[in-house]
Design a protein around this ligand. Structure first.
Ligand code: BG6
Length: 475
């Protein structure tokens, strides 16, 4: 049996994508509340103020704020050992810069975590999953302002002190490396509360925001250990491995440089210092972030206890002639189609082996426990006779779990948990659609707002239940 006793099987979501109740019980708006709906062809827009007649799907989500008791029943029926969700920062500090928290917001998470624990499910909690309070973005410029470090630490220590008996695993920032792609404002906005396109040197701005987040995360790791030494605080990246397009050494180098745009983030958070090539890049491009003298020591003292990551796909890199080894973008501009893999309806490469490749690469690099915090297939589901025959989802997940199993049994990787994304249908992050569905549980809501809001078990529901029951032995 490859999967260890106590392996954390579960599911993953984020507050802003499912809670709804965006203005209930004193909650303030977050950066995700000003994102319109969209689609693969029509990008989501950031609109301040909100526009009349526009749709803002995060405002309702799937109304989990009110339906969580029934939804958790369903998770328990599948046998979830854990449930990864996030705390909506603006439920606790509605503007982000207050001194005192909003008690009604804290009480909601007391109820939610108690309900999970009563069902034998341990919460795994992300502190910041694309939901910084909007006021910090509009009034401070988001994470570019160093004062956000103190605001975040105040928020994080408030919730860690409150819930440390209920929550052992904490994750600081979701997919902190998304913002490395400065070509789309969406990423800078949700990660850090600013729009890269408004800056002359967007990468400099991005590195500054990231630096402040690194310092904040390190402070939270140290503070959490002081509050309760049993706590495990991890970091989180979007792991999209780059393969070289060919055995041309230039393609290999191109892929390697592309990976720097991922590792930049995990290196600082897992090792406690910046990698050497980052310093060379800052020099070359004038992108060095400003740092306080004490930051170096803070980063070293607050190294993450584990590394969590999302894995959905791999990408392929091809070097353009004349562009050797001088990378100024996210890496994605060198991306070409992989002829060996199929893609999802949203164009995401389906590559289960890439999960093993990622696990081994990260394990070799850091030797820290790894948590597969997201994985899954966004697909069009058809509800028929009260269920969805989502064999395509079962095939996707089963192939990925099987590769994860090899990473454990053959490569000796220490994997502590697996929480497929959107275990219940939620609002898509990149497109704002609900019809891009990932769940084991179908939620009857349509993009135009119609639907009964009822929940239905998909075929994958029973399949995943069996996977958990057999601790991954039968897929
Ligand atoms: C990750 C995010 O990027 O992928 C989630 O952490 C997101 O918030 C998930 O929902 C899937 O992406 P999408 O765009 O299909 O919802």
């Amino acid at each position: 049996m490859a999967f260890p006793e106590g392996f954390l099987w579960g599911g993953s979501v984020a507050a802003h994508q499912l809670e709804g109740a965006w203005d209930v019980d004193g909650r303030g708006p977050s950066v995700s509340d000003v994102l319109t709906g969209g689609s693969r062809e029509r990008p989501r827009r950031i609109t301040i103020p909100l526009e009349e007649g526009e749709g803002y799907p995060n405002h309702e989500g799937i109304d989990f704020y009110h339906t969580y008791p029934e939804d958790i029943e369903l998770f328990a029926e599948m046998g979830f050992k854990c449930f990864r969700t996030s705390i909506s920062w603006s439920r606790i500090f509605p503007r982000g810069d207050e001194r005192e928290p909003n008690e009604a917001g804290l009480e909601f998470y007391d109820r939610l975590f108690d309900c999970l624990l009563a069902h034998g499910i341990q919460p795994v909690v992300t502190l910041s999953h694309f939901e910084m309070p909007l006021a910090l973005a509009t009034d401070y410029g988001g994470w570019l302002d160093r004062r956000c470090i103190d605001f975040f630490v105040r928020y994080a220590t408030t919730v860690i002190e409150r819930y440390h008996d209920k929550v052992r695993y904490w994750i600081t920032f979701n997919e902190i490396n998304n913002q490395a792609n400065v070509s789309r404002d969406l990423y800078g906005w949700v990660n850090s509360g600013f729009r890269p396109s408004e800056f002359e040197n967007p990468r400099k701005a991005m590195y500054q925001a990231a630096h402040n987040e690194f310092v904040a995360a390190a402070k939270v790791v140290s503070a959490a250990h002081e509050i309760d030494p049993a706590l495990q605080v991890g970091c989180m990246i979007a792991m999209i491995p780059y393969y070289p397009y060919s055995c041309d050494p230039d393609d290999a180098m191109c892929a390697l440089e592309g990976m720097h745009q991922r590792y930049y983030f995990s290196d600082v958070m897992c090792r406690g210092y910046y990698p050497s090539w980052a310093k060379a890049e800052w020099e070359r491009d004038g992108t060095k972030p400003e740092m306080a003298p004490e930051d170096e020591a803070t980063l070293r003292a607050g190294v993450s206890d584990f590394l969590s990551f999302s894995y959905y796909m791999s990408m392929v890199e091809k070097q353009e002639p004349g562009d050797l080894y001088v990378r100024r973008g996210s890496g994605d501009e060198h991306t070409v189609r992989n002829p060996y893999v199929r893609t999802s309806d949203w164009g995401w490469n389906i590559d289960p082996v890439g999960l093993r490749y990622s696990l081994v690469s990260l394990w070799e690099r850091y030797q820290l426990p790894l948590f597969v915090a997201e994985n899954g297939l966004g697909a069009y589901d058809e509800l028929k006779d009260g269920t969805v025959d989502d064999d395509y989802r079962i095939a996707y997940l089963s192939a990925h779990i099987s590769e994860m199993e090899k990473a454990i049994s053959q490569d000796g990787v220490d994997v502590i948990g697996y929480t497929p994304w959107g275990c219940i249908d939620v609002v898509s992050f990149t497109t704002g659609e609900i019809r891009k569905r990932y769940g084991f549980i179908y939620v009857d809501i349509n993009d135009d707002g119609t639907g009964s809001r009822k929940r239905f078990r998909k075929r994958s529901f029973g399949w995943y239940k069996h996977v958990i029951e057999t601790n991954g032995a039968e897929l």
